[in-house]
Design a binder for this molecule. Structure first.
Ligand SMILES: [Zn+2]
Length: 245
């Protein structure tokens, strides 16, 4: 379900049944002359919309305004829109704090931008991961008071840590694509892999007649196809079916 369309009764059902609540996170960034600037965020939205048809899932309104950076192209006339991670962290902390207050305890962020080295992190995902930790600490102190962790009630903390009861499992971040689970699918920026995925999920976001070969990162896009995109979509779905529980 789309969160903005839910009635309070449905929200309470989602809370009681621990439905995954997912924030699609991405950026607005130049993806060559042949592809829409929203690609990274659209890819997350497109796959989540398919997953939502097969299981109980709450999709939050997507957040497009991540730290795109101007590493690919300067913004003038290209469409990249960069917001500093320093500005994102307090906003994300506030958003997560609000979601915890509503009652959600199974919150996920799915991101597709600069995720090739996800464990080390990049500015957008790091800002949201940092914010998630801060929001959980602030929420626990507000609900349980300072000293909550040291209290006798927490004596079995380490035993329960791996279970979903661990408050630090309340918010998790996932990359859209885990290379090891993509079965050799090309990982790129605006190349064959991303272009194929857009052809499959949002064909209107691609215009192959505008493809140029003056930029190294778009050159492989000429081999893009809907068939390849469908393969990528299935690999991503398999990964998210496991990750979003
Ligand atoms: Zn991209």
């Amino acid at each position: 379900m789309r969160y903005e369309m839910m009635l309070p009764r449905q929200i309470r059902t989602a809370i009681e049944n621990r439905w995954p609540v997912v924030l699609p996170l991405g950026v607005l960034e130049h993806h060559g002359e042949h592809m829409a600037v929203g690609m990274d965020t659209l890819a997350v939205i497109g796959v989540l919309e398919i997953l939502e048809r097969e299981r109980d899932l709450v999709i939050l309104p997507p957040f497009y305004y991540g730290a795109a950076s101007y590493a690919v192209e300067p913004p003038e006339g290209t469409g990249s829109l960069h917001v500093d991670a320093d500005a994102l962290a307090p906003l994300a902390k506030s958003m997560f704090g609000g979601l915890l207050r509503i009652g959600f305890r199974n919150i996920h962020v799915v991101i597709h931008h600069q995720t090739e080295n996800f464990s080390a992190g990049m500015p957008t995902d790091l800002a949201f991961k940092f914010a998630a930790r801060q929001a959980i600490f602030a929420f626990l102190e507000r609900e349980r008071g300072e000293g909550w962790w040291g209290s006798e009630k927490m004596a079995d903390y380490y035993a329960r840590q791996s279970a979903s009861e661990d408050p630090f499992n309340w918010i998790k971040a996932h990359p859209l694509m885990i290379p090891a689970k993509m079965d050799g699918y090309p990982f790129d920026h605006a190349g064959e892999g991303e272009t194929s995925l857009m052809m499959d999920l949002f064909p209107d976001a691609v215009d192959m007649s505008k493809l140029t070969d003056d930029k190294w990162y778009t050159r492989s896009a000429k081999s893009a196809s809907r068939e390849l995109g469908a393969r990528g979509r299935e690999s991503i779905l398999a990964h998210l079916r496991e990750a979003l529980r």
